[in-house]
Design a protein around this ligand. Structure first.
Ligand code: GZL
Ligand code: ZN
Length: 311
């Protein structure tokens, strides 16, 4: 089951000292590691006692962690739901226990908006739009073998996860503008490097003409690079690659020309999360939706910013 660690003593807050229970997805990617670091560092800076659990990408472990936080009567619960569905029961338990819940990073499909106070995270459809728009804008150079078709293979994120569902939708919305661009194969790589490598190996066997890889995160893209190089092809040249996250390893590959474009997904949610937690515990109103700001990078831009990247 997931590991859990306590920083500082337990017990619910008296004046000022707040205890937060955070149920993290796992440690599946560079993005997740940066996200965890931001949450842990920000809790310390904010004087918030953090109980933290890693669910190893299993929903039942996240639900167990949330139930344990309810038992421990924490002041506030925050989590990033690994998948969109299946949360209503445990969120109703938190509501009955009068413990406010903050959603971070990924969303849930609950129609009952009273089950959480706010959702802090990116607009994943917009991220998919940006990736799709890049394929459309660079159609000429993306048709590597000049056959008038741009065949895209898609390495999806975790099945059922909001970022996977929404990035796919956003991407398809944009590429529909150009009938030459087609997603000829699409499979989940579970947001991991190993998953991306295995899926790309399969695509290289089953698809005769791949022009572009759309990977839902950098880690899958980095796995795809390994498979492409093992097949004797040059990633970024023989097959173009567009990914989402913009973590250090992804931006390094982008600056080396092995990836062609990266849409940023900002993992540094810690500071905003702790501000929201203080307001929620104090009973103050908070916006239902807090969207993170994030950009996009081509190879030149990656070279310019690589040294200063925080994650
Ligand atoms: C997106 C986040 C995704 C990242 C992946 O906000 O949920 O999960 O894009 C991570 O790298 O695994
Ligand atoms: Zn082609």
């Amino acid at each position: 089951c997931g590991s859990s660690s306590d920083s500082g003593s337990g017990g619910s807050g008296g004046s000022g000292d707040i205890t937060m229970g955070f149920a993290q997805v796992g440690a599946e990617s560079g993005w997740r590691t940066a996200n965890t670091k931001s949450i842990q560092a920000s809790a310390k800076d904010a004087g918030i006692k953090l109980k933290f659990s890693d669910a190893q990408q299993k929903q039942e472990n996240q639900i167990k962690a949330i139930r344990s936080y309810i038992q421990q009567k924490v002041d506030v619960i925050a989590f990033s739901p690994v998948v969109e569905t299946g949360w209503d029961t445990v969120l109703q338990e938190a509501k009955r226990a009068k413990i406010p819940v903050i959603l971070t990073d990924r969303a849930v499909d609950s129609s009952d908006k009273s089950l959480y106070k706010t959702f802090l995270g990116s607009d994943f459809v917009l991220e998919g739009n940006k990736a799709g728009q890049w394929v459309v804008d660079n159609a000429a150079t993306n048709d590597v073998n000049k056959d008038g078709k741009i065949n895209v293979v898609e390495i999806q994120g975790t099945t059922g996860a909001a970022p996977a569902i929404d990035r796919k939708k956003g991407f398809e919305d944009k590429i529909s503008a150009d009938p030459k661009i087609k997603v000829v194969a699409s499979q989940t790589g579970d947001f991991t490097r190993d998953g991306g490598k295995k899926v790309m190996e399969a695509f290289l066997k089953s698809q005769k003409d791949i022009d572009v890889v759309f990977a839902h995160n950098d880690d899958e893209g980095l796995g795809a690079i390994e498979a492409i190089e093992a097949a004797g092809l040059k990633p970024g040249t023989d097959i173009k690659i567009v990914t989402i996250d913009a973590v250090k390893d992804g931006m390094t590959a982008l600056s080396e020309g092995k990836i062609n474009y990266i849409v940023e997904c900002n993992p540094l949610l810690g500071p905003q999360l702790m501000d929201l937690a203080k307001k929620v515990v104090a009973g103050e109103d908070v916006p239902a939706r807090v969207e993170t700001k994030e950009g996009e990078f081509d190879q030149e831009q990656a070279k310019a910013v690589l040294a200063d990247r925080q994650y």
